[in-house]
Design a protein around this ligand. Structure first.
Ligand SMILES: C[S@@+](CC[C@H](N)C(=O)[O-])C[C@H]1O[C@@H](n2cnc3c(N)ncnc32)[C@H](O)[C@@H]1O
Length: 227
Protein backbone atom coordinates (compact mmCIF):
# COMPACT_ATOMS: atom_id res chain seq x y z
CA UNK A 1 0.00 0.00 0.00
CA UNK A 2 1.43 3.37 -1.05
CA UNK A 3 0.99 5.55 2.05
CA UNK A 4 1.48 9.04 0.55
CA UNK A 5 0.26 10.44 -2.74
CA UNK A 6 -0.70 13.76 -4.27
CA UNK A 7 -3.79 14.37 -6.35
CA UNK A 8 -5.28 17.37 -8.13
CA UNK A 9 -8.28 18.73 -6.28
CA UNK A 10 -10.66 18.85 -9.20
CA UNK A 11 -14.37 18.11 -9.30
CA UNK A 12 -15.20 16.70 -12.72
CA UNK A 13 -18.98 16.84 -12.35
CA UNK A 14 -21.20 19.92 -11.94
CA UNK A 15 -23.63 19.96 -9.02
CA UNK A 16 -26.47 22.45 -8.46
CA UNK A 17 -24.87 25.82 -7.52
CA UNK A 18 -26.92 26.19 -4.33
CA UNK A 19 -25.50 22.94 -2.90
CA UNK A 20 -22.59 22.90 -0.44
CA UNK A 21 -19.73 21.03 -2.08
CA UNK A 22 -18.97 18.21 0.33
CA UNK A 23 -17.68 15.83 -2.33
CA UNK A 24 -14.75 13.48 -2.66
CA UNK A 25 -12.91 14.29 -5.92
CA UNK A 26 -13.19 11.59 -8.59
CA UNK A 27 -9.38 11.14 -8.71
CA UNK A 28 -9.36 9.95 -5.09
CA UNK A 29 -12.14 7.41 -5.67
CA UNK A 30 -10.51 6.19 -8.90
CA UNK A 31 -7.17 5.63 -7.17
CA UNK A 32 -8.50 3.75 -4.15
CA UNK A 33 -11.15 1.67 -5.94
CA UNK A 34 -8.51 0.57 -8.46
CA UNK A 35 -6.27 -0.55 -5.59
CA UNK A 36 -8.85 -2.12 -3.27
CA UNK A 37 -11.54 -3.60 -5.56
CA UNK A 38 -11.85 -5.69 -8.71
CA UNK A 39 -14.11 -5.63 -11.73
CA UNK A 40 -17.56 -6.99 -10.87
CA UNK A 41 -17.20 -6.20 -7.14
CA UNK A 42 -20.08 -4.73 -5.16
CA UNK A 43 -19.07 -1.23 -3.98
CA UNK A 44 -21.11 0.36 -1.20
CA UNK A 45 -21.36 3.96 0.06
CA UNK A 46 -23.72 4.59 3.03
CA UNK A 47 -23.21 8.39 2.70
CA UNK A 48 -23.50 8.61 -1.09
CA UNK A 49 -23.76 12.41 -1.34
CA UNK A 50 -23.66 13.38 -5.01
CA UNK A 51 -22.59 9.88 -5.99
CA UNK A 52 -18.86 10.17 -6.67
CA UNK A 53 -18.09 6.72 -5.27
CA UNK A 54 -21.03 5.12 -7.07
CA UNK A 55 -20.37 6.80 -10.44
CA UNK A 56 -16.65 6.00 -10.42
CA UNK A 57 -17.40 2.43 -9.28
CA UNK A 58 -19.64 2.00 -12.32
CA UNK A 59 -17.02 3.60 -14.59
CA UNK A 60 -14.53 0.96 -13.35
CA UNK A 61 -16.92 -1.95 -13.92
CA UNK A 62 -17.92 -2.42 -10.27
CA UNK A 63 -21.58 -2.59 -9.16
CA UNK A 64 -22.56 0.46 -7.05
CA UNK A 65 -24.92 0.51 -4.03
CA UNK A 66 -25.60 3.39 -1.69
CA UNK A 67 -27.71 5.32 0.80
CA UNK A 68 -28.24 9.09 0.84
CA UNK A 69 -30.31 11.04 3.36
CA UNK A 70 -31.16 14.06 1.20
CA UNK A 71 -33.87 13.27 -1.37
CA UNK A 72 -32.55 15.69 -4.01
CA UNK A 73 -29.03 14.28 -3.72
CA UNK A 74 -30.32 10.69 -3.97
CA UNK A 75 -32.18 11.68 -7.12
CA UNK A 76 -29.04 13.35 -8.50
CA UNK A 77 -27.13 10.10 -7.95
CA UNK A 78 -29.86 8.00 -9.58
CA UNK A 79 -29.65 10.15 -12.69
CA UNK A 80 -25.87 9.85 -12.68
CA UNK A 81 -25.57 6.04 -12.73
CA UNK A 82 -27.07 3.13 -14.67
CA UNK A 83 -27.81 1.10 -11.50
CA UNK A 84 -30.25 3.76 -10.26
CA UNK A 85 -32.34 1.12 -8.44
CA UNK A 86 -29.37 0.50 -6.10
CA UNK A 87 -29.66 3.92 -4.45
CA UNK A 88 -31.80 4.11 -1.31
CA UNK A 89 -32.91 7.48 0.01
CA UNK A 90 -32.88 7.16 3.80
CA UNK A 91 -30.94 7.28 7.04
CA UNK A 92 -27.90 5.01 6.93
CA UNK A 93 -28.11 4.68 10.72
CA UNK A 94 -31.59 3.23 10.39
CA UNK A 95 -31.84 1.41 7.03
CA UNK A 96 -32.01 -2.38 7.28
CA UNK A 97 -28.77 -2.93 5.39
CA UNK A 98 -29.07 -6.72 5.06
CA UNK A 99 -32.60 -6.33 3.69
CA UNK A 100 -31.75 -3.64 1.13
CA UNK A 101 -28.27 -4.60 -0.08
CA UNK A 102 -26.12 -7.59 -0.97
CA UNK A 103 -22.79 -8.12 0.79
CA UNK A 104 -20.15 -5.63 -0.36
CA UNK A 105 -16.56 -6.20 -1.45
CA UNK A 106 -15.51 -2.61 -0.91
CA UNK A 107 -17.10 0.26 0.99
CA UNK A 108 -15.64 3.69 0.17
CA UNK A 109 -17.36 6.49 2.01
CA UNK A 110 -16.96 9.92 3.56
CA UNK A 111 -19.18 10.48 6.60
CA UNK A 112 -20.67 13.91 7.29
CA UNK A 113 -18.04 15.72 9.39
CA UNK A 114 -18.47 17.09 12.92
CA UNK A 115 -16.38 19.50 14.97
CA UNK A 116 -16.22 19.01 18.74
CA UNK A 117 -17.91 22.39 19.32
CA UNK A 118 -20.93 21.69 17.09
CA UNK A 119 -24.35 21.17 18.65
CA UNK A 120 -26.35 20.17 15.57
CA UNK A 121 -26.58 16.64 14.22
CA UNK A 122 -24.52 15.81 11.07
CA UNK A 123 -26.74 12.76 10.51
CA UNK A 124 -29.73 15.13 10.10
CA UNK A 125 -27.58 17.19 7.76
CA UNK A 126 -26.96 19.88 10.39
CA UNK A 127 -30.64 20.92 10.52
CA UNK A 128 -31.07 23.95 12.80
CA UNK A 129 -33.61 22.14 14.95
CA UNK A 130 -31.45 19.01 15.38
CA UNK A 131 -29.21 18.37 18.38
CA UNK A 132 -26.18 16.22 18.98
CA UNK A 133 -22.70 16.25 20.48
CA UNK A 134 -19.37 14.82 19.42
CA UNK A 135 -19.58 11.75 21.67
CA UNK A 136 -23.04 10.84 20.32
CA UNK A 137 -21.81 11.36 16.76
CA UNK A 138 -18.88 8.96 17.30
CA UNK A 139 -21.16 6.42 19.02
CA UNK A 140 -23.56 6.58 16.04
CA UNK A 141 -20.66 6.01 13.66
CA UNK A 142 -19.45 3.07 15.79
CA UNK A 143 -22.93 1.49 15.50
CA UNK A 144 -22.92 1.96 11.73
CA UNK A 145 -19.47 0.34 11.39
CA UNK A 146 -20.70 -2.61 13.46
CA UNK A 147 -23.63 -3.05 11.07
CA UNK A 148 -21.37 -2.57 8.02
CA UNK A 149 -19.11 -5.36 9.27
CA UNK A 150 -22.11 -7.73 9.09
CA UNK A 151 -22.67 -6.73 5.43
CA UNK A 152 -19.02 -7.11 4.42
CA UNK A 153 -17.70 -10.08 2.44
CA UNK A 154 -14.83 -11.88 4.22
CA UNK A 155 -12.14 -10.13 2.13
CA UNK A 156 -13.89 -6.76 1.95
CA UNK A 157 -12.17 -3.40 2.39
CA UNK A 158 -13.53 -0.35 4.18
CA UNK A 159 -12.02 2.93 2.94
CA UNK A 160 -12.79 6.18 4.78
CA UNK A 161 -12.26 9.60 3.23
CA UNK A 162 -11.79 11.79 6.29
CA UNK A 163 -9.69 14.68 7.60
CA UNK A 164 -8.98 16.40 10.89
CA UNK A 165 -10.57 19.85 11.20
CA UNK A 166 -9.09 23.18 12.31
CA UNK A 167 -11.50 25.91 13.31
CA UNK A 168 -11.10 29.03 15.45
CA UNK A 169 -7.75 27.85 16.78
CA UNK A 170 -9.01 24.40 17.78
CA UNK A 171 -8.31 21.08 16.10
CA UNK A 172 -10.92 18.34 16.08
CA UNK A 173 -8.93 15.14 15.53
CA UNK A 174 -11.78 13.67 13.51
CA UNK A 175 -9.63 11.31 11.45
CA UNK A 176 -8.04 9.79 14.59
CA UNK A 177 -11.42 9.45 16.32
CA UNK A 178 -13.14 7.89 13.29
CA UNK A 179 -10.21 5.45 12.92
CA UNK A 180 -10.67 4.45 16.56
CA UNK A 181 -14.41 3.73 16.30
CA UNK A 182 -14.09 1.92 12.95
CA UNK A 183 -11.35 -0.25 14.50
CA UNK A 184 -13.94 -1.66 16.90
CA UNK A 185 -15.51 -3.58 13.97
CA UNK A 186 -12.84 -3.72 11.24
CA UNK A 187 -9.09 -4.39 11.18
CA UNK A 188 -7.12 -1.17 10.65
CA UNK A 189 -4.52 -1.53 7.87
CA UNK A 190 -3.28 2.06 8.20
CA UNK A 191 -3.71 5.53 6.77
CA UNK A 192 -2.81 6.95 3.37
CA UNK A 193 -1.98 10.67 3.39
CA UNK A 194 -3.46 12.38 0.35
CA UNK A 195 -1.82 15.74 -0.43
CA UNK A 196 -4.03 17.98 -2.52
CA UNK A 197 -2.73 20.19 -5.35
CA UNK A 198 -4.41 22.69 -7.64
CA UNK A 199 -6.14 26.03 -7.24
CA UNK A 200 -9.74 25.00 -6.83
CA UNK A 201 -9.81 24.92 -3.04
CA UNK A 202 -7.39 27.77 -2.20
CA UNK A 203 -10.09 29.91 -0.69
CA UNK A 204 -11.81 27.20 1.28
CA UNK A 205 -11.16 27.44 4.99
CA UNK A 206 -7.43 27.98 4.72
CA UNK A 207 -6.40 24.81 2.94
CA UNK A 208 -6.56 23.09 -0.40
CA UNK A 209 -8.63 20.27 1.10
CA UNK A 210 -10.62 22.58 3.38
CA UNK A 211 -10.97 22.67 7.21
CA UNK A 212 -7.50 24.25 7.47
CA UNK A 213 -5.62 21.45 5.74
CA UNK A 214 -3.88 20.78 2.44
CA UNK A 215 -4.16 17.04 2.99
CA UNK A 216 -6.72 14.45 3.96
CA UNK A 217 -6.59 10.69 4.54
CA UNK A 218 -7.82 7.44 3.24
CA UNK A 219 -8.21 5.23 6.31
CA UNK A 220 -7.88 1.63 5.15
CA UNK A 221 -9.53 -1.28 6.97
CA UNK A 222 -10.35 -4.86 6.11
CA UNK A 223 -13.11 -7.10 7.31
CA UNK A 224 -10.79 -9.54 9.06
CA UNK A 225 -11.21 -8.21 12.56
CA UNK A 226 -8.92 -10.08 14.96
CA UNK A 227 -10.53 -10.54 18.41
C1 LIG B 1 -19.26 14.09 3.06
S1 LIG B 1 -20.74 13.88 2.17
C2 LIG B 1 -20.37 12.57 1.06
C3 LIG B 1 -20.01 13.07 -0.29
C4 LIG B 1 -19.74 12.00 -1.31
N1 LIG B 1 -18.54 11.25 -0.98
C5 LIG B 1 -19.62 12.62 -2.70
O1 LIG B 1 -18.52 12.64 -3.25
O2 LIG B 1 -20.63 13.14 -3.19
C6 LIG B 1 -21.78 13.10 3.34
C7 LIG B 1 -23.17 12.83 2.82
O3 LIG B 1 -23.86 12.07 3.82
C8 LIG B 1 -25.21 12.43 3.79
N2 LIG B 1 -25.82 12.05 5.07
C9 LIG B 1 -25.86 12.74 6.23
N3 LIG B 1 -26.50 12.04 7.17
C10 LIG B 1 -26.88 10.87 6.60
C11 LIG B 1 -27.60 9.73 7.06
N4 LIG B 1 -28.06 9.68 8.32
N5 LIG B 1 -27.80 8.71 6.20
C12 LIG B 1 -27.34 8.77 4.93
N6 LIG B 1 -26.69 9.83 4.42
C13 LIG B 1 -26.44 10.86 5.25
C14 LIG B 1 -25.19 13.92 3.55
O4 LIG B 1 -26.43 14.38 3.01
C15 LIG B 1 -24.02 14.06 2.57
O5 LIG B 1 -24.50 14.07 1.25
Amino acid sequence: MQTFLTLDYEQETAIPPEEADVRTPEAYVRHFLAEFSDEGDAVFDPFAGFGTTLAVAEELGRVPYGVEYEADRAEFVRERIDHSENVVCGDALDVDLADEFPAFDCCLTSPPYMERSMGVNPFRNYADDSESDYETYLADLADLFERLALLANPDASLLLDVSNMKHAGEVTPLAWDVAEVASESFHFEGEVVVGWEGDEQDERDGGRYGYGYDHSYCLVFNAKKAD
